[in-house]
Design a binder for this molecule. Structure first.
Ligand code: CA2
Length: 145
């Protein structure tokens, strides 16, 4: 059975509790339930983790080798700054999909650069919480091909 790791970066633990006009009213717990249901429907398993710490995200990416078949990552603001996360993704050679709630290209210019996008095979963005199940579907499609 395919095993997918879903990583969420800084501040995403606040989802549904602040700035609903930007990030919606769905909480990260709600998203985890949505992901688990979607995965069950597709016959795959997902593990969801969130951290506000760059190093912890990197440790999880390193530990994914030999355990997970694919990584879906919403790296939050680290998307635009972290060469270290980009290098970690490259190093494990696990198919990785970039995910965002908002369309980063339709926002401030400083969000237009994505280091994750340089090593991910695709990106899903601008669909809010609904992007998470979409990302699982895209990952399964990629892993099955
Ligand atoms: O659109 C996305 O998913 C982002 O990765 C979200 C990041 C942002 O820095 C990226 O440019 C795009 C920010 C996540 C902050 O999440 C919050 C949730 C609720 C309240 C405050 C922040």
């Amino acid at each position: 059975m395919l095993n997918i790791l879903i990583l969420n970066g800084p501040n995403l633990n606040l989802l549904g509790t602040r700035q609903p006009e930007v990030y919606g009213t769905t909480t990260l717990d709600d998203i985890e339930v949505m992901c688990t249901k979607k995965a069950a429907g597709l016959g795959v398993t997902v593990t969801c983790r969130q951290s506000n710490h760059e190093g912890e995200l990197i440790d999880w990416i390193h530990a994914a080798r030999g355990v997970f078949d694919g990584i879906i990552i919403n790296a939050g603001a680290y998307t635009h700054t972290s060469i270290a996360i980009m290098d970690a993704i490259s190093s494990v050679e696990i198919p990785t999909l970039e995910l965002h709630l908002s369309d980063i290209h339709a926002r401030e210019e400083f969000r237009h650069v994505s280091y994750i996008g340089k090593v991910a095979f695709d990106a899903i963005m601008g669909h809010g919480a609904a992007g998470y199940p979409m990302a699982i579907e895209r990952m399964v499609q990629r892993l099955a091909s």
